[in-house]
Write a protein that binds this ligand. Sequence first.
Ligand code: NAP
Length: 284
Amino acid sequence: MAVRIDGKAVAETVRNEVRDKTVLLDRERGIRPGLAVVLVGDDPASRIYVRGKKKACEQVGFLSRELTFSADVSEQELLDVVGSLNRDGDIHGILVQLPLPGHINSDLIVESIDPRKDVDGFHPYNVGKLFSGTSYHMSCTPRGIIELLDRYQVSIEGKEAVIVGRSAIVGKPLALMLLARHATITVCHTRTRDLPEVTRRADILVAAAGRPEMIRGDMVKEGAVVIDVGINRAESGKLLGDVAFAEVEPRASYITPVPGGVGPMTIAMLMVNTLNAASLIEER
Ligand code: NAP
């Protein structure tokens, strides 16, 4: 039976470490990290995410600022807001909650964030710098996955890693991060031929497709490490991952549950990025 990777516990450990470092940063250099979250419209999911981020900021001792706008805010207004946050010495991390309403060019807004304050790691500067491993900040969900593997001492070097999903926020950045850690990478998507044949090669299998329970038991090699990024809401309201947990768990060596696996790590890594941003900005 696989070891269940407890993302909730790891996330709490990471937040405690951030809190301790925040106390030190304040004591030694008089810096209190500050995170600004920009929320547009009243998408319920976005509101829940923003609430979670605010709560985490409070737990680790950060200054948190929430800027809320109605769905009809203009692009220029948002550009001005980001511009003033870029110049604000109390704010070290800026996060614009996506998706934005259709009349706003999200790329333009994200590109207007100072890359040093781009704690989501979505700015093209940080995305491009992932190639050389020298970005200021890396995307939080894939970073959280690497952190989970490290904390459970799962070695990555030389392993065959298969990622199902090639999104810009999970699959692609994770591929680069695993490559930097010397894994051999395969990235699958909807045009992949014979997916089960590919997933069965994986020593480390990451499911990030957003398809409930699509990874079945017979798609997983005996002893594989299985990381489930998927968050899917079943009609019953239950949260389901991309992995058919009951079928896969007996074959895997390690497995993340949903909920309580990858999910909690995302906000924890946002706290790590914001702490790093605070050190970075002040060192300029
Ligand atoms: P996305 O942008 O919708 O991308 C999904 C990817 O999966 C695409 O590359 C797609 O291929 C591929 N895919 C879909 N169905 C497939 C299939 N049947 N076979 C092979 N590949 C398939 O999704 P995302 O934003 O990366 O999110 C993926 C999942 O992770 C979602 O459930 C999301 O809720 C969850 N998520 C969780 C966290 C967290 O835990 N904090 C963070 C982000 C996302 P094509 O490119 O060919 O379309």
